[in-house]
Design a protein around this ligand. Structure first.
Ligand SMILES: [Ca+2]
Ligand SMILES: [Ca+2]
Length: 157
């Protein structure tokens, strides 16, 4: 318990501290810098907004990175859906930012389900103190399904 409390302090000290190694508006968690944007966007707009900041949409590349991202979401972004760089690519799910298969990040129960054969982009969905991956529609087709959501950019030095 003591160790966990210490880790908690460590994570949020760095998450909210100023780190000169990260661009402004980015927080350092583990080895990368992240920008958590509340600006609701389609996946494509989120992708281009990250690129304009010199970053790419999030890819979760390790258990450690998964832990940091989920902890940060639980702390600051409760009940929020955020785009990652995950996409469906010929029947597989990959991180668009790295081209690697999605190995880290737990899928939500029953996901990915490619609902209506129209869900090709992957969000991280925080609810009830946990977060998991879901495939969602990339674009807004006016059907009121939540495809305009927040997003996470990742900057690697
Ligand atoms: Ca990463
Ligand atoms: Ca889905």
């Amino acid at each position: 318990m003591k160790i966990f409390a210490g880790l908690f302090f460590y994570v949020f000290f760095f998450a909210h501290g100023v780190d000169s190694a990260c661009p402004s508006n980015f927080v350092k968690l583990g080895d990368s810098c992240y920008h958590f944007s509340a600006e609701r966007s389609t996946w494509y707009d989120a992708d281009s907004k990250c690129r304009k900041m010199g970053a790419l949409l999030l890819s979760i590349d390790s258990k450690e990175e998964e832990f940091y991202i989920k902890l940060h979401m639980r702390h600051d972004y409760k009940d929020t859906r955020m785009w990652t760089s995950g996409i469906a690519d010929r029947g597989k799910y990959i991180w668009h930012s790295t081209g690697k298969p999605i190995l880290y990040g737990t899928w939500c129960p029953g996901e990915p389900n490619n609902a209506n054969f129209n869900e090709h982009c992957v969000e991280l969905w925080e609810f009830g103190g946990r977060s998991c991956l879901n495939d969602n529609r990339c674009d807004d087709d006016g059907s009121k399904i939540k495809s305009k959501i927040s997003f996470i950019c990742e900057y690697n030095k």
